[in-house]
Ligand binder design. Structure first.
Ligand code: SAM
Length: 178
């Protein structure tokens, strides 16, 4: 992104880069110090535009200025996406946007070992709450724009509905939980 967009003035990286006691997702069982080192090395040529905020979103969001764009790819549990959207949305200027990863049509993408992935449908409900449009993009991405009015656009037709009941009754849920 920084290679392609020389006009980006400041690029804030929010991540605790530490293993958390209360985050049951695969990445929490990896070496996050090493991930920070890799990040620093890959961004070294852009270091003058990078601001590292090492902490959870809740811990460091107050240090963020108004933003044109934020990309959320952190804790995708119900708690995680709730905290991320509530903390980040007030930082997005009118006309800006929030994008995010793991907008998975199924909440069961990590089977029964990990917490469900709740970016979808929570982000859709959040969009309705703030009255702004949200679009499902390819590769499990979403875009929530801070202009216009609420509408959930699903051009690929992958997202059946936003009911948790649909997820609980899905063939995948039956396969995982019996
Ligand atoms: C799926 S990884 C994605 C990392 C990075 N976006 C990338 O693509 O390389 C999820 C990241 O979320 C971070 N994370 C976990 N809980 C978080 C929280 N509460 N606030 C901010 N980041 C968090 C983890 O440390 C981890 O680096």
């Amino acid at each position: 992104m920084l290679d392609a967009c020389p006009d980006i003035e400041a690029y804030y990286l929010v991540d605790p880069w530490r293993n958390l006691d209360d985050w049951n997702k695969p990445l929490n069982y990896s070496d996050l110090e090493a991930a920070l080192e890799e990040t620093r090395s890959r961004l070294a040529k852009h270091k003058n535009r990078c601001i590292y905020l090492r902490g959870t979103t809740t811990e460091v969001a107050d240090q963020l200025p108004q933003l044109d764009f934020a990309y959320i790819d952190g804790d995708h549990t119900l708690r995680g996406i709730t905290l991320d959207l509530l903390r980040i949305w007030p930082k997005i200027r009118e006309g800006g946007a929030v994008g995010g990863d793991d907008f998975s049509p199924t909440i069961w993408q990590h089977k029964r070992k990990y917490e469900p992935t709740m970016v979808f449908p929570f982000a859709v409900h959040f969009a309705e709450g703030v009255g702004r449009p949200i679009t499902a993009l390819p590769n499990k991405q979403f875009l929530l724009e801070n202009s216009g009015s609420f509408h959930f656009s699903d051009p690929s037709g992958q997202y059946a509905d936003t009911e948790i009941g649909t997820q609980l009754r899905s063939p995948l849920a039956r396969k995982i939980f019996g």
